[in-house]
Design a protein around this ligand. Structure first.
Ligand SMILES: [Zn+2]
Length: 224
Protein backbone atom coordinates (compact mmCIF):
# COMPACT_ATOMS: atom_id res chain seq x y z
CA UNK A 1 0.00 0.00 0.00
CA UNK A 2 1.37 3.41 -0.92
CA UNK A 3 0.31 6.72 0.52
CA UNK A 4 -0.79 9.55 -1.74
CA UNK A 5 -0.24 13.28 -1.45
CA UNK A 6 -1.45 16.40 -3.21
CA UNK A 7 1.06 18.69 -4.85
CA UNK A 8 0.87 21.75 -7.06
CA UNK A 9 2.39 21.66 -10.54
CA UNK A 10 4.17 24.62 -12.11
CA UNK A 11 0.97 25.41 -14.00
CA UNK A 12 -0.89 25.69 -10.71
CA UNK A 13 -3.02 22.58 -11.11
CA UNK A 14 -3.11 20.12 -8.27
CA UNK A 15 -2.52 16.45 -8.76
CA UNK A 16 -1.94 13.49 -6.56
CA UNK A 17 1.44 11.88 -6.25
CA UNK A 18 1.99 8.42 -4.97
CA UNK A 19 4.63 8.50 -2.30
CA UNK A 20 6.95 5.55 -2.51
CA UNK A 21 9.83 4.91 -0.20
CA UNK A 22 12.85 5.89 -2.20
CA UNK A 23 16.52 5.58 -1.66
CA UNK A 24 18.13 6.69 0.48
CA UNK A 25 17.39 6.98 4.18
CA UNK A 26 19.44 9.17 6.55
CA UNK A 27 22.13 6.50 7.04
CA UNK A 28 23.26 6.58 3.41
CA UNK A 29 23.05 10.37 3.16
CA UNK A 30 24.85 10.94 6.45
CA UNK A 31 27.67 8.54 5.62
CA UNK A 32 28.10 10.09 2.17
CA UNK A 33 28.16 13.64 3.57
CA UNK A 34 30.82 12.61 6.08
CA UNK A 35 32.78 10.86 3.29
CA UNK A 36 32.84 14.07 1.23
CA UNK A 37 34.24 16.01 4.20
CA UNK A 38 36.76 13.26 5.00
CA UNK A 39 37.98 13.26 1.39
CA UNK A 40 38.43 17.01 1.13
CA UNK A 41 39.58 18.20 4.55
CA UNK A 42 43.02 17.50 6.02
CA UNK A 43 43.12 14.90 8.80
CA UNK A 44 45.86 16.86 10.55
CA UNK A 45 43.46 19.52 11.84
CA UNK A 46 42.52 19.43 15.50
CA UNK A 47 39.20 17.79 16.35
CA UNK A 48 38.91 16.42 12.81
CA UNK A 49 35.77 14.51 13.81
CA UNK A 50 33.77 17.72 14.14
CA UNK A 51 33.71 18.52 10.40
CA UNK A 52 32.79 14.88 9.77
CA UNK A 53 29.74 15.25 12.01
CA UNK A 54 28.81 18.51 10.29
CA UNK A 55 29.18 16.74 6.93
CA UNK A 56 26.90 13.91 8.09
CA UNK A 57 24.32 16.44 9.29
CA UNK A 58 24.50 18.38 6.01
CA UNK A 59 24.12 15.12 4.08
CA UNK A 60 20.83 14.48 5.85
CA UNK A 61 19.55 18.06 6.09
CA UNK A 62 17.76 18.41 2.69
CA UNK A 63 15.20 15.81 3.79
CA UNK A 64 14.01 18.10 6.56
CA UNK A 65 11.60 19.29 3.86
CA UNK A 66 9.45 16.36 5.02
CA UNK A 67 8.56 18.56 8.00
CA UNK A 68 6.79 20.99 5.64
CA UNK A 69 4.63 18.12 4.41
CA UNK A 70 3.91 16.86 7.91
CA UNK A 71 2.94 20.38 8.98
CA UNK A 72 0.59 20.41 5.98
CA UNK A 73 1.96 23.73 4.76
CA UNK A 74 0.33 24.75 1.49
CA UNK A 75 -0.65 21.69 -0.60
CA UNK A 76 2.35 19.59 0.30
CA UNK A 77 4.68 18.18 -2.32
CA UNK A 78 7.65 19.88 -0.69
CA UNK A 79 9.84 16.80 -0.72
CA UNK A 80 12.66 16.92 -3.30
CA UNK A 81 11.83 20.62 -3.75
CA UNK A 82 13.87 23.72 -2.94
CA UNK A 83 15.98 22.12 -0.21
CA UNK A 84 17.36 19.72 -2.83
CA UNK A 85 18.46 22.40 -5.32
CA UNK A 86 22.05 23.28 -6.24
CA UNK A 87 21.56 27.04 -5.62
CA UNK A 88 20.19 26.22 -2.14
CA UNK A 89 23.29 24.07 -1.47
CA UNK A 90 25.47 27.07 -2.38
CA UNK A 91 23.52 29.15 0.15
CA UNK A 92 23.76 26.49 2.88
CA UNK A 93 27.55 26.27 2.40
CA UNK A 94 27.78 30.00 3.06
CA UNK A 95 25.53 29.80 6.13
CA UNK A 96 27.67 27.00 7.60
CA UNK A 97 31.01 28.83 7.25
CA UNK A 98 29.34 31.96 8.66
CA UNK A 99 28.02 30.00 11.65
CA UNK A 100 31.43 28.48 12.40
CA UNK A 101 33.34 31.62 11.34
CA UNK A 102 35.45 29.45 9.10
CA UNK A 103 35.93 31.84 6.19
CA UNK A 104 38.07 29.61 3.99
CA UNK A 105 37.10 28.92 0.38
CA UNK A 106 38.01 25.28 0.92
CA UNK A 107 35.60 25.02 3.88
CA UNK A 108 32.85 26.62 1.82
CA UNK A 109 33.35 24.13 -1.02
CA UNK A 110 33.59 21.15 1.34
CA UNK A 111 30.36 21.93 3.22
CA UNK A 112 28.50 22.88 0.04
CA UNK A 113 29.53 19.60 -1.58
CA UNK A 114 28.58 17.62 1.54
CA UNK A 115 25.07 19.12 1.30
CA UNK A 116 24.93 18.69 -2.49
CA UNK A 117 25.92 15.01 -2.16
CA UNK A 118 22.38 14.44 -0.92
CA UNK A 119 20.93 16.09 -4.01
CA UNK A 120 23.16 13.98 -6.25
CA UNK A 121 22.18 10.71 -4.59
CA UNK A 122 18.46 11.51 -4.79
CA UNK A 123 18.83 12.70 -8.39
CA UNK A 124 20.45 9.41 -9.39
CA UNK A 125 18.21 6.97 -7.55
CA UNK A 126 14.87 8.58 -6.76
CA UNK A 127 11.68 6.95 -7.95
CA UNK A 128 9.63 10.07 -7.26
CA UNK A 129 8.87 12.67 -9.92
CA UNK A 130 12.38 14.04 -9.52
CA UNK A 131 14.48 16.66 -7.76
CA UNK A 132 14.13 20.46 -8.19
CA UNK A 133 17.81 20.81 -9.11
CA UNK A 134 17.69 24.43 -10.29
CA UNK A 135 15.12 26.03 -7.97
CA UNK A 136 14.51 29.03 -7.77
CA UNK A 137 15.20 29.42 -11.50
CA UNK A 138 12.83 26.62 -12.42
CA UNK A 139 10.61 24.19 -10.52
CA UNK A 140 11.29 21.53 -13.13
CA UNK A 141 12.10 18.17 -11.52
CA UNK A 142 14.99 16.04 -12.75
CA UNK A 143 15.95 12.42 -12.16
CA UNK A 144 18.12 9.68 -13.61
CA UNK A 145 16.33 6.82 -11.89
CA UNK A 146 19.15 4.36 -12.13
CA UNK A 147 18.42 0.96 -10.61
CA UNK A 148 18.40 1.40 -6.81
CA UNK A 149 21.20 -0.09 -4.74
CA UNK A 150 18.68 -1.38 -2.27
CA UNK A 151 15.44 -3.23 -2.85
CA UNK A 152 12.84 -1.60 -0.63
CA UNK A 153 9.92 -3.55 0.66
CA UNK A 154 7.47 -1.97 3.03
CA UNK A 155 4.65 -3.97 4.46
CA UNK A 156 2.96 -1.19 6.48
CA UNK A 157 0.99 -4.01 8.10
CA UNK A 158 1.78 -2.81 11.60
CA UNK A 159 4.01 -0.36 13.43
CA UNK A 160 6.31 -3.22 14.44
CA UNK A 161 6.66 -4.55 10.87
CA UNK A 162 7.31 -1.05 9.56
CA UNK A 163 9.99 -0.62 12.24
CA UNK A 164 11.61 -3.89 11.18
CA UNK A 165 11.55 -2.74 7.53
CA UNK A 166 13.23 0.55 8.45
CA UNK A 167 15.89 -1.21 10.53
CA UNK A 168 16.64 -3.65 7.70
CA UNK A 169 17.01 -0.82 5.20
CA UNK A 170 19.21 1.18 7.59
CA UNK A 171 21.43 -1.89 8.02
CA UNK A 172 21.68 -2.36 4.26
CA UNK A 173 22.65 1.29 3.77
CA UNK A 174 25.23 0.95 6.53
CA UNK A 175 26.72 -2.09 4.77
CA UNK A 176 26.91 -0.23 1.43
CA UNK A 177 27.96 3.28 2.50
CA UNK A 178 29.89 2.47 5.70
CA UNK A 179 32.82 0.91 3.79
CA UNK A 180 32.96 3.98 1.51
CA UNK A 181 33.54 6.26 4.54
CA UNK A 182 36.04 3.81 6.04
CA UNK A 183 37.93 3.60 2.72
CA UNK A 184 38.13 7.41 2.46
CA UNK A 185 39.32 7.67 6.08
CA UNK A 186 41.93 4.97 5.47
CA UNK A 187 43.27 6.67 2.30
CA UNK A 188 43.40 9.98 4.17
CA UNK A 189 45.28 8.34 7.01
CA UNK A 190 47.81 6.76 4.60
CA UNK A 191 48.39 10.08 2.81
CA UNK A 192 48.87 12.00 6.07
CA UNK A 193 51.27 9.27 7.34
CA UNK A 194 53.42 9.66 4.21
CA UNK A 195 53.47 13.41 4.69
CA UNK A 196 54.58 12.86 8.29
CA UNK A 197 57.36 10.49 7.18
CA UNK A 198 58.61 13.06 4.66
CA UNK A 199 58.73 15.62 7.45
CA UNK A 200 60.74 13.36 9.79
CA UNK A 201 64.25 13.70 8.24
CA UNK A 202 64.40 17.51 8.68
CA UNK A 203 63.11 17.10 12.23
CA UNK A 204 65.71 14.43 12.98
CA UNK A 205 68.39 16.57 11.33
CA UNK A 206 67.37 19.53 13.50
CA UNK A 207 67.48 17.38 16.63
CA UNK A 208 70.92 16.05 15.72
CA UNK A 209 72.23 19.58 15.12
CA UNK A 210 70.96 20.67 18.54
CA UNK A 211 72.59 17.66 20.22
CA UNK A 212 75.83 18.45 18.39
CA UNK A 213 75.77 21.99 19.75
CA UNK A 214 75.14 20.74 23.28
CA UNK A 215 78.01 18.25 22.89
CA UNK A 216 80.34 20.98 21.66
CA UNK A 217 79.50 23.18 24.67
CA UNK A 218 80.08 20.27 27.11
CA UNK A 219 83.38 19.38 25.40
CA UNK A 220 84.52 23.03 25.63
CA UNK A 221 83.90 23.26 29.38
CA UNK A 222 85.29 19.80 30.23
CA UNK A 223 88.59 20.70 28.47
CA UNK A 224 89.15 23.68 30.82
ZN1 LIG B 1 16.29 13.78 -0.22
Amino acid sequence: MHREQLFSTTSGSRVREEIQPTLPLPIAHGLLGASVVAALRPSSERQAWKPLLIGAFLGIAPDFDYALNWLRISWGGWHHGFTHSIPFALLVGFIVIALFRDWKLRSYLVFTLAYASHTLLDFIFTESRGVALWWPFTNQRYKLRLPGLIEYSWSHASVWETLVDVLQICLLELVIFGPILLAVLWVRHVISSRTWKRSVPPAVAGGCAALKQVGAVIAKYTRQ
